[in-house]
Write a protein that binds this ligand. Sequence first.
Ligand code: SF4
Ligand code: SF4
Length: 326
Amino acid sequence: MAQKPKVAFYWCASCGGCEEAVVDLAEGILDVVAAVDIVFWPVALDFKVPDVEALPDGSIAASFINGAVRLSEQEDMVRLLRRKSKYVIAFGSCSHLGGIPGLANLWDRRSIFEWYYHKAPSVANGGAQEPQERVEVPEGTLELPAFWDVVKALDEVIDVDYYLPGCPPTPKLIGNAVNALLKGELPPKGAVLAGTRALCHECPLNETKPEKLLIKEVKRVHLTKVDPEKCLLSQGVLCLGPVTRGGCEALCVKGAMPCTGCFGPTDEVRDQGAKGISYLSSILDFDEEADIRRVMENIPDPVGTFYRYALPRAILTKPKGVKSHA
Ligand code: SF4
Ligand code: SF4
């Protein structure tokens, strides 16, 4: 009997939502389990790292890796999986673009440790200690992974074959990717396995979006009673649909919530946040500085708004000495 293709799942700096997304395949997961041989999935199965090390190089058909890379352990694991796998798929926004954990790149390692282990009000030991990579105790040496200075997207560490975007990717996109893999119908290397056009093109509210959209104010969604039948951006709610890759079928907008950009930019765009800021500037219907200040008051966290999922990919923010992702 022909051997089933081997598949691995792994998580790095992740909230666990991407693992949930695999389980969200519901009964579809039974088809996946029937069609593949899962050889590593720390959240669900009891395989160990030596089990993966013992596999021949290139013998795993595909590794789906979610989460950003922050720790030496994560870096070691993704390098191991790269060596063992024919295809590596960056699974979810954190792996694809750095994601929410990537917002930590606003600070470096030292300032993060300074706050969390010395100055935060919840610190109960007087700020006297912080985690060490090696500690000698009577029983031997205890080791913790090294905490790198920056959070990286997966392809800043290893070669990535495909990207499954989303926070998390939708079950439909995951199912499509697994089917394409099983049938050998994968697109060219480097493809993002989702839409190619901006989300607005598949949004059910697109026909209510004026051809020439201009707004005079930006409203915060939780303080606004939105009309769910009308383009949210035309109501002043900052929806990033015009600058975000489609493929999610506008799930958030269908729930009367604006798109926050988790599918990342389209192929033509290099810096998602810069594109979002540029797009907003182009639709604000005034020139006075006082008006601009008034609008910015309703965007209290511009970095978290425009770079929520892609700060590690921003062109401008790499700390000194860290290679910019091209
Ligand atoms: S992409 Fe979203 S759901 Fe997946 S690990 Fe990152 S934050 Fe969690
Ligand atoms: S801006 Fe948002 S609500 Fe409006 S059409 Fe685009 S995705 Fe839909």
